[in-house]
Design a protein around this ligand. Structure first.
Ligand SMILES: *[C@@H]1O[C@H](CO)[C@@H](O)[C@H](O)[C@H]1NC(C)=O
Ligand SMILES: *[C@@H]1O[C@H](CO)[C@@H](O)[C@H](O)[C@H]1NC(C)=O
Ligand SMILES: *[C@@H]1O[C@H](CO)[C@@H](O)[C@H](O)[C@H]1NC(C)=O
Ligand SMILES: *[C@@H]1O[C@H](CO)[C@@H](O)[C@H](O)[C@H]1NC(C)=O
Ligand SMILES: *[C@@H]1O[C@H](CO)[C@@H](O)[C@H](O)[C@H]1NC(C)=O
Ligand SMILES: *[C@@H]1O[C@H](CO)[C@@H](O)[C@H](O)[C@H]1NC(C)=O
Ligand SMILES: *[C@@H]1O[C@H](CO)[C@@H](O)[C@H](O)[C@H]1NC(C)=O
Ligand SMILES: *[C@@H]1O[C@H](CO)[C@@H](O)[C@H](O)[C@H]1NC(C)=O
Length: 320
């Protein structure tokens, strides 16, 4: 009798635990489902792929553009790139607490990014490139401490970048080019030890590049073409940038001499410094850059002799 009682209680307990796991799991799935239904409602899809495919008769994990993680069956990735859709990002998307990747590249999304996205603590990859998003670079982005890849290129973002880029300690790639960002970068780039690609071309940045930038030893590409940046390049630019492959600073107001030790940047492939106010003599050492494939130096006040072998791609005085 006693044994049966214990068995019964045990079975009841097991049943209770199992039920609560299922309920918890269902609740979590409901959170993801509600978030994606809110997203669906905020999307305009002229081809009607999402309205028909994102159907509640099947799990969100089977929906087009949605990937769930194997362990929890929670939404881990959203990839709606190149789908020809429009709309906004609703605040409910911040409820997708297992989201790792968000890619809506090359669509016509617009509006501001909701603050609720700051709750996506697992987010590693966010690509909003080629849409019509607007507003400032949100300060809450600093809360996304897992972020490694961030591209907001080709949108309508604006406002000052001053003080906005310092907290992403794991960031490897940041692309903010082709927006309307203003301000200086004097306080930036203190703690970005993993940064490989820094691209903020075609904006309205002013002031000098901070010294700390030239100390980020993982950097491979630095792109600030077409801003209003000024100041001098550090004399020993390559000492702390051993991995540098591309330096794109054309169409700014940089001045002074081209660092004489640039020949020591042993991996440099593209050097684009045209249309600035650089002056001085290009020394022979410059041409020790055996890895260099493209160099734009025109539109400055430079003198020096060109090795004839390089003349086809390197022009001091002419276009580029
Ligand atoms: C449900 O979500 C909570 C909080 O996000 C998490 O702690 C829990 O493990 C999840 N449960 C299941 C079954 O996925
Ligand atoms: C939605 O799209 C996915 C991927 O293309 C497909 O496997 C699935 O069958 C579609 N579901 C519906 C209901 O159309
Ligand atoms: C989801 O997000 C919305 C808006 O941010 C919030 O009001 C709601 O309570 C959240 N729902 C759940 C189930 O977490
Ligand atoms: C991106 O979208 C635009 C406009 O919808 C389109 O013209 C362009 O071809 C797309 N780019 C790619 C690489 O698909
Ligand atoms: C960066 O981190 C510091 C210290 O944790 C915090 O005070 C500051 O608000 C953060 N900045 C941004 C832009 O998130
Ligand atoms: C950079 O911009 C910030 C914020 O607008 C401002 O407080 C600071 O004085 C500027 N620094 C320089 C060197 O212009
Ligand atoms: C750059 O790094 C070197 C060596 O780690 C250090 O001595 C120097 O103070 C740093 N400079 C800046 C501007 O952070
Ligand atoms: C450039 O090459 C010449 C001859 O090979 C060498 O003497 C000089 O030290 C090199 N300069 C640099 C900066 O590496």
């Amino acid at each position: 009798m006693q044994r049966t009682y214990f068995l019964f209680v045990g079975a009841l307990a097991l049943h209770f635990i199992a039920t609560s796991i299922i309920v918890a799991s269902n609740q979590n799935n409901t959170v993801d489902l509600n978030a994606l239904l809110a997203f669906k409602a905020a999307i305009f899809d002229p081809q009607r792929i999402i309205p028909t495919n994102w159907s509640t008769s099947t799990s969100v994990c089977n929906w087009i553009g949605i990937t769930c993680n194997a362990r929890h069956h929670r939404v881990a990735a959203i990839d709606l790139s190149y789908m020809g859709i429009a709309g906004t990002i609703p605040p409910q998307l911040g409820n997708l607490s297992f989201l790792v990747r968000l890619n809506v590249r090359n669509n016509s999304f617009h509006g501001h990014l909701p603050t609720e996205l700051s709750r996506l603590r697992r987010l590693k990859y966010i690509n909003l490139e080629g849409n019509n998003f607007e507003g400032e670079l949100p300060s809450w982005l600093g809360a996304l401490t897992a972020i490694r890849y961030l591209s907001f290129r080709y949108n309508g973002f604006s406002g000052s970048l001053s003080g906005r880029l310092s907290n992403f300690t794991k960031l490897e790639v940041i692309g903010l080019g082709f927006n309307f960002f203003t301000g200086n970068l004097s306080e930036e780039f203190r703690a970005l030890p993993k940064l490989r690609v820094l691209e903020i071309e075609s904006n309205q940045l002013v002031g000098p590049l901070p010294q700390a930038l030239f100390n980020l030893s993982s950097l491979q590409f630095i792109g600030f073409t077409s801003n209003s940046l000024s100041g001098y390049l550090p004399a020993h630019i390559c000492d702390y940038l051993p991995q540098l492959q591309g330096l794109y600073l054309s169409w700014n107001y940089f001045e002074g001499e081209i660092p004489s030790d640039i020949g020591e940047c042993s991996g440099l492939q593209v050097l684009s410094l045209s249309y600035n106010k650089f002056r001085g003599y290009i020394t022979k050492d410059f041409w020790n850059l055996t890895t260099l494939t493209v160099s734009y130096l025109g539109g400055n006040d430079l003198t020096g002799k060109l090795p004839t072998s390089l003349c086809s791609c390197i022009c001091l005085k002419y276009f580029w």
